[in-house]
Design a protein around this ligand. Structure first.
Ligand code: GLU
Length: 492
């Protein structure tokens, strides 16, 4: 391992919400920093003033917090290399560009867009394999250039790619050695005529100033990397290690987009996914612990993440696998955790008054609701009969027709009322309730399934509720008997 402390950054552009792909990039940077006892930096790349908004920045910060990706330096956290928003770093870019010009590593170019277009057309016409900038202004003397600037001529600043530079070889931790022909790079623009830096320049000025050791980002930026290497070299700054991670595809093999469903982190949060489950799932899109483990809790990720387990092949977003992982996290929760993180928010979202119950009551409810819950919305639905009363219980029509409004079921409900009514308040426990009901099929000479179905519909309003004894114990004796009385009117 190198002696230099690891410093990585996630640098979203606030031109939209935090996308699933961006979230995965953030997770990898965060996990890499944690696994190497390094520093995780959040930097807001808001240099595109037409598309960046403060609102999007806030949405991204909120999404990062929800994902649990705490940053050591960045907005709100501060840090020694701030500010951490590119719009607040304009002076640094200007100074860096000035220095390159002073050192003869950059030069002003006065070519107009029309001239550049004509050059390109001419290159195309003579089938020149090189169609980049022809370096017309590279030879201007400093005095001449300054005179034209003083005269108010519009210009950009271009970097001088050294003539003898040769190929640029990028050592990528995911893709291996990637070779780019330096001649193809031409003398690219580092400062626009409106005085703003280009992405390739601002990013490198920042990454160098912030002492970034590893640049982990989407592989759509791999083609920018040779230009960035040229900037590092011009600045005299060490080139970091790059790790370009694969794209995320939808099931149809196309780049993940709105067409495939939810693509923003917020949408998953609002749909009730657990942050831990979501981070676990995204981490597996291109990285694996050992090639087979699916449940990788956050602390394991933060300890074990390494770039050599990152795949260069595109990953496919599979909502079913996400749901499976979510269900595993729900299953593994303690009763108290389930109540706090799933059940209570779910009831609140459904507008159900949770009422006043002790912790034993809540734990008993968690035990019957949890196995039937994947998403939080399921919890409120499964628990709905428990929170209803004899007066408010909703009867599902189909369930009534199938289980209750049938010849002989009136007698079943009557028998159940009698057997259960014989139990005292202090005997109103799941085992006693079940035992009282168990006797009925034989006494009535009916199939057990029919008897339990009728009681279930009468008490819960449907045929798919959680176990009867437990549910009735939670509902309470008096209300159960009142429900049976109401159910009796529906039975034949
Ligand atoms: N702001 C750039 C983006 O969102 C950052 C790319 C990089 O990490 O260099 O794509």
């Amino acid at each position: 391992m190198s002696e230099t402390p690891v410093r990585v950054r996630f640098a979203p552009s606030p031109t939209g919400k935090l996308h699933v792909g961006g979230a995965r990039t953030a997770i990898y940077n965060w996990a890499f920093a944690r696994a190497n006892h390094g520093t995780f930096i959040l930097r807001i790349d808001d240099t595109d003033p037409t598309r960046s908004t403060e609102e999007n920045t806030q949405i991204i910060l909120r999404a990062m917090r929800w994902l649990g990706l705490d940053w050591d330096e960045g907005p709100e956290a501060g840090g020694p290399y701030g500010p951490y928003k590119q719009t607040e770093r304009a002076e640094l870019y200007r100074a860096a560009a000035q220095r390159l010009w002073d050192e003869g590593k950059a030069y002003p170019c006065f070519c107009t867009p029309e001239q550049l277009a004509a050059d390109r057309e001419a290159a195309q016409a003579r089938k020149d394999p090189f169609q980049g900038y022809n370096r017309r202004c590279r030879g201007l003397s400093r005095e001449e250039a300054q005179a034209r600037i003083d005269a108010g001529e519009s210009y950009v600043l271009r970097i001088k790619v050294p003539e003898d530079r040769g190929d640029v070889v990028v050592h990528d931790a995911v893709h291996g050695e990637v070779t780019f022909n330096a001649r193809e790079l031409d003398d690219f623009v580092i400062f626009r005529s409106d005085g703003t830096p280009t992405y390739n320049f601002a990013t490198v000025v920042d990454d160098a100033a912030m002492k970034i050791t590893h640049v982990i980002r989407g592989d759509d930026h791999l083609s920018n990397t040779p230009r960035q290497v040229i900037v590092y070299e011009a600045l005299g700054a060490p080139v970091p290690t790059f790790a370009h991670i694969s794209m995320i595809l939808g099931a149809d093999g196309k780049k993940l987009s709105k067409r495939h469903g939810a693509t923003n982190v917020e949408e998953y949060r609002d749909a009730g996914y657990l942050s831990d489950a979501f981070v676990n799932y995204l981490a597996l899109l291109g990285w694996s612990l050992d090639g087979e483990t699916t449940i990788v809790p956050r602390d394991v990720l933060a300890r074990e993440f390494s770039l050599d387990h990152v795949s260069k092949n595109p990953a496919t977003f599979d909502p079913k696998k996400l749901d499976w992982i979510q269900a595993e996290y729900v299953r593994a929760m303690s009763d108290d955790e389930f109540c706090e993180k799933i059940l209570l928010p779910s009831l609140a979202a459904a507008g159900v008054d949770a009422g006043d119950h002790g912790s034993a009551w809540w734990r008993a409810l968690a035990q019957i609701v949890r196995p039937r819950t994947k998403m939080p919305a399921d919890a409120a639905q499964v628990a709905a009969p428990v929170f209803a009363t004899a007066a408010t219980l909703a009867y599902d029509e189909k369930s009534v027709a199938k289980g209750l409004a049938k010849e002989g079921m009136g007698a079943v409900v009557d028998a159940a009322r009698e057997a259960l009514g014989a139990l005292g308040e202090d005997e109103w426990r799941p085992e006693r309730i079940d035992a009282a009901l168990e006797e009925l099929p034989e006494r009535l000479d009916l199939k057990k399934r029919l008897v339990f179905q009728a009681v279930r519909v009468a008490v819960c309003g449907n045929m798919v509720s959680p176990p009867l004894g437990e549910t009735m114990a939670l509902v309470g004796r008096e209300d159960c008997l009142a429900r049976l009385a109401r159910g009796r009117e529906l039975a034949l």
